[in-house]
Design a protein. Structure first.
Length: 373
């Protein structure tokens, strides 16, 4: 059993090392004409001064399309100031689909005939200046149909937020195989032709998750989904304990409702690691514990190098808080990951963006303001 444990831990280290080894060194970008960046914002959005400053500093030009419910003063004010760059589309309130999806579908209907490249981002990210150009590079060069980055959570403090960040960092630094990539809606791009081929507005209708819907549709259409490995995009994480745990559960609840098989595969892999850690701590003795901690420190060293290469210095410093969990209590990270996955399968209700959604399969069958259902 000790050799099985050693092999399992070695695989986890090799997986992170593989991600580190395949980070691009040249980070080539493209800046084609006729790019539209679609940003969905809530009505209580504060205007995101840091986000807007970062978007204006992008190396590739684009037109900003703000997708709102129709009552976002900050978005309207930005469009009034930046009318030659930023426009607003008002979607209204959804009835039978996710509010974000509802806004994205309205944005797709508002595209201009000459919009050739579509870039999607979330409002809670801290994008590097290369984000748009890096996402466009594989599209312009004909290397991909859909390109995507991935989230790197920046925990406020070193407590529960850092634990959630450690769980997410496990996912962020998994090897990225092009044939098994699922896009992340926080930093994703495609050509207009691909959006039309997928009939994207219709594909999203009635759905809650934008990125999983697009990813599954892309797989079915045999499109080339490509990860941009150096785009681990900083996303601040804070809030109360219940909110932080709810974030993790919501992410996996999206997986459960869209692909039970994918959830089962991911949960099974984490369950094996969790059970093996239990064996190591209770019956394996000090050699098993030493192997587990040695692997944890090996993964942490590789991840230290990854965040140093892909994030800004201040962002990397914050991201490192999550690594302390994997170095001090690696079994706690694994068990927390499994708990979130199992909790996600206990309900078909998803709370997201101030709304509660009830799911039947992949479709929204009911929605209500959070706390009113």
């Amino acid at each position: 059993m000790l050799w099985v444990w050693f092999g399992l831990q070695a695989l986890t280290v090799l997986g992170v090392a593989n991600y580190w080894r395949n980070l691009p060194k040249d980070r080539q970008e493209e800046a084609p004409a006729d790019v539209v960046l679609i940003l969905s914002v809530r009505d209580d959005w504060d205007g995101g001064p840091d986000l807007i400053a970062r978007l204006k500093a992008q190396n590739a030009p684009f037109r900003l399309l703000l997708a709102t419910s129709g009552n976002c003063p900050a978005a309207n004010a930005l469009a009034a100031r930046e009318g030659d760059w930023a426009q607003v589309v008002a979607a209204g309130v959804a009835q039978d689909e996710g509010q974000k999806v509802h806004k994205l579908r309205a944005a797709l209907r508002a595209l201009r005939p000459d919009d050739r490249y579509l870039v999607f981002i979330d409002a809670d990210i801290e994008p590097p200046a290369r984000l748009v150009g890096r996402l466009l590079f594989p599209l312009v060069r004909g290397k991909a149909d859909i390109a995507t980055g991935y989230r790197m959570l920046l925990p406020e403090g070193s407590g529960l937020a850092a634990l959630v960040g450690a769980v997410e960092m496990q996912l962020a630094t998994l090897p990225r195989f092009a044939s098994a990539t699922m896009p992340w809606g926080g930093a994703m791009a495609m050509t207009r032709d691909v959006a039309d081929r997928l009939d994207l507005g219709r594909a999203l209708a009635g759905r809650l998750s934008d990125d999983m819907t697009i990813g599954l549709a892309g797989w079915r259409a045999k499109l080339r989904l490509r990860p941009v490995r150096d785009l681990l995009v900083a996303s601040p994480l804070d809030g109360k304990a219940a909110d932080l745990l709810g974030f993790g559960v919501r992410q996996y609840r999206h997986v459960v409702t869209n692909s039970a098989g994918m959830w089962a595969l991911a949960t099974g892999a984490v369950a094996i690691q969790s059970t093996a850690w239990g064996w190591a701590l209770i019956w394996g003795g000090w050699p098993a514990v030493a192997i587990g901690y040695g692997a944890a420190w090996g993964r942490a060293l590789a991840r230290l190098s990854i965040v140093a290469r892909v994030l800004e210095p201040d962002q990397a410093r914050i991201a490192r808080r999550s690594l302390w969990w994997d170095m001090a209590l690696p079994f706690a990270v694994t068990w927390a990951h499994l708990a979130v996955q199992l909790k996600a399968a206990t309900s078909r209700r998803v709370r997201w963006g101030g709304w509660d959604y009830w799911m039947a399969g992949r479709r929204v069958v009911r929605m209500a303001r959070a706390g009113r259902g």
